[in-house]
Design a protein around this ligand. Structure first.
Ligand SMILES: Cc1cc2nc3c(=O)[nH]c(=O)nc-3n(C[C@H](O)[C@H](O)[C@H](O)COP(=O)(O)OP(=O)(O)OC[C@H]3O[C@@H](n4cnc5c(N)ncnc54)[C@H](O)[C@@H]3O)c2cc1C
Length: 548
């Protein structure tokens, strides 16, 4: 962490991202929208009604599903399903809620902003509580929609829902719209049209098939950088309306964006750490703030390993995960910045990191459910413990290692943790504690605002040494990490009040002044203990849950 980035921090008080006021955020978002208005497709020949099923693509800018629905129809109906399997207190294998209150709150804000932005462009957002496979067919029937457009996902639960939606739509019969040839006038079924749109590089532009994707990140990156090009953002027209003019009343109107209370959740707003504002407007505001206003892009590579404050890294991840922000838009902004200000290692490095995100997304497509398995894609056999007391000390930030405890408290309080922190706490859980990595991954899944199945489980399998890249064996030495990234103990003292009175050099090494260490470190001068053999566990199948 650079001294400059941390010394400007207040000792207490949440740091909002973006920190722009509402007017400035609105202006930044408006300016971004204006640059993308001449549509990439025409509406000539569009007929009937098309539904846009919003999933993890809660944006208008560069939303190809929305653009295609608009071009292929006379009226567009945007729909979001509040799936009880994601929001309704469903739990994981180890019993944690699938979506914790912080992420639920962030997604609610994303939905509110999406509704607002769609209304500005002549549409609205229909919100329904229910499973997409139950909800979408009845909506399609009510408005006689010929197609449901949505973005394609890659992980098992999401793909299963796609299959179910497609199957149920086949059971819906809608009349053929007026006009057209008489031999095409027989009744038909709405279709599900899935579109690839979450990555920087489009799947169709990869220089290999997904089955032949290189397992080593560097090989993947070099191949796409040299042989593929990032597509331009899809441009949408300023007016996307009208919505359908009939059928909505019989299905209960537009519905409302849920509140935390209506989902049976509550959150205590943390007075410390980061506070993220959900939604596309805030996302565009953050890009403007980080790149242009604060001019942080040119130093990103030097600051990105920090742990404290709003600007050591981009903080784009929560918006990328919810799809409020398109990676292609970030890429275009990087190029614009490089032309107008400076092009250097830092400006490139943001794209380098976005390629990591792509890589895990494509890996999840290649390896399917095995990224959720204990042995990972390579089916590595190791000895893991599920010691509940040890795990809880990690989860609650009571391990006796300030660097671990501070990071875990930050995650719980804010739903965010730096990349450096994530690597350190992951290594500690799996290497020093020997705990089943899936428990850590599931806890992250509950808490992270930026939770994304491919990135989360991809990184955890990597950290646990069961990932697809056989060269990975990552041990993070806590004393070394503390000395390098928190030399003055500023980060740990921010989250652990009891360390504040200690001398700076003792905060990460408090000895008896802090709680007792729950396990010794395995790091013994550079030699790691080898993992033991273990028996791979199986669990009973549940159609919807991922098989682990
Ligand atoms: C154990 C573990 C679990 C993780 N779980 C997630 C997760 O669920 N969702 C998630 O988005 N990221 C995850 N990451 C990756 C990374 O920690 C976060 O993307 C990053 O910290 C977000 O902060 P930022 O946006 O400021 O990142 P920046 O440093 O500014 O990077 C820019 C963007 O690049 C992408 N990126 C950077 N590093 C990675 C990476 N290692 N893997 C994938 N994408 C990356 C993110 O989209 C990020 O927003 C995980 C990392 C680890 C070690």
């Amino acid at each position: 962490m650079s001294a400059a980035s941390s010394s400007s921090l207040p000792a207490r008080g949440a740091l909002e991202v973006p920190s722009l006021g509402a007017d400035e955020t609105g202006a930044a978002a408006g300016e971004a929208f204006r640059r993308y208005t001449s549509p990439s497709l025409r509406r000539n020949g569009g007929a009937g009604v098309a539904i846009v099923w919003f999933r993890n693509d809660l944006r208008v800018l560069d939303n190809e599903a929305l653009l295609r629905a608009w071009a292929a129809s006379e009226a567009v109906l945007p729909v979001y399903c509040v799936d009880p399997r994601i929001f309704g207190g469903s739990t994981h294998y180890f019993g944690f809620p699938k979506t914790g209150a912080s992420r639920a709150q962030f997604l609610i804000e994303c939905l509110g902003d999406l509704k607002h932005n769609l209304m500005k462009q002549g549409l609205d957002l229909l919100v329904r509580h229910g499973k997409p496979e139950d909800t979408l067919p009845s909506i399609a029937k009510a408005v006689n929609a010929h197609t449901v457009y949505a973005h394609k996902e890659t992980c098992s639960e999401e793909v299963l829902v796609e299959r179910l939606v497609r199957k149920r739509l086949e059971q819906v019969v809608i009349p053929h719209p007026q006009g057209g040839a008489s031999n095409q006038k027989k009744p038909r079924n709405p279709k599900l049209q899935l579109i690839w749109g979450a990555t920087l590089y489009h799947i169709d532009d990869l220089p290999f098939s997904v089955d032949n994707l290189p397992d080593v990140y560097t090989q993947f990156r070099k191949a796409v950088e040299s042989k593929s090009a990032v597509r331009n953002c899809n441009k949408l027209p300023l007016v996307l309306g009208p919505p359908p003019n009939s059928g909505l009343d019989e299905i209960g109107g537009w519905g409302t964006v849920p509140t935390l209370e209506s989902l049976g959740l509550s959150v205590t707003k943390s007075e410390k750490g980061m506070h993220f504002v959900g939604g596309e407007s805030a996302a565009l505001g953050r890009v403007h703030e980080y790149f242009w206003k604060k001019d942080q892009l040119k130093v990103y590579k030097e600051t990105r390993n920090g742990m404290m404050g709003p600007d050591y890294s981009t903080k784009f991840s929560p918006w990328l995960a919810s799809g409020s922000l398109s990676p292609r838009y970030i890429c275009e902004e990087v190029k614009r910045y490089e032309k107008q200000r400076v092009a250097n290692d830092s400006t490139y490095w943001v794209l380098f990191e976005l390629i990591w995100r792509d890589y895990f997304r494509f890996i999840s497509s290649k390896y399917g459910n095995s990224i959720f398995h204990l042995g990972g894609p390579r089916n590595v056999v190791s000895q893991w413990s599920q010691d509940q007391a040890l795990f809880e000390s990690w989860r609650d930030g009571r391990t006796g290692y300030p660097l671990i405890d501070a990071n875990m408290k930050e995650l719980l309080a804010t739903g965010f943790m730096s990349n450096r922190g994530r690597q350190i706490v992951c290594s500690f859980l799996v290497r020093d504690m020997g705990i089943d990595w899936r428990m850590g991954a599931e806890w992250f899944e509950t808490c992270l605002l930026d939770y994304d199945p491919a990135s989360n489980y991809g990184n955890w399998t990597y950290g646990a040494g069961v990932g697809n890249d056989p060269r990975e064996d990552r041990y993070f030495s806590i004393p070394k990490q503390a000395k390098t990234y928190d030399p003055d103990g500023e980060y740990v003292a921010y989250w652990l009040l009891e360390l504040r009175s200690l001398a700076k050099e003792r905060r990460n090494f408090p000895g008896a002044s802090y709680i007792k260490q729950v396990v010794p470190l395995k790091f013994d001068g550079g030699h790691q203990k080898r993992d033991q053999q273990f028996n791979r566990q199986r669990r009973p199948g549940n159609m919807y849950r991922r098989q682990k």
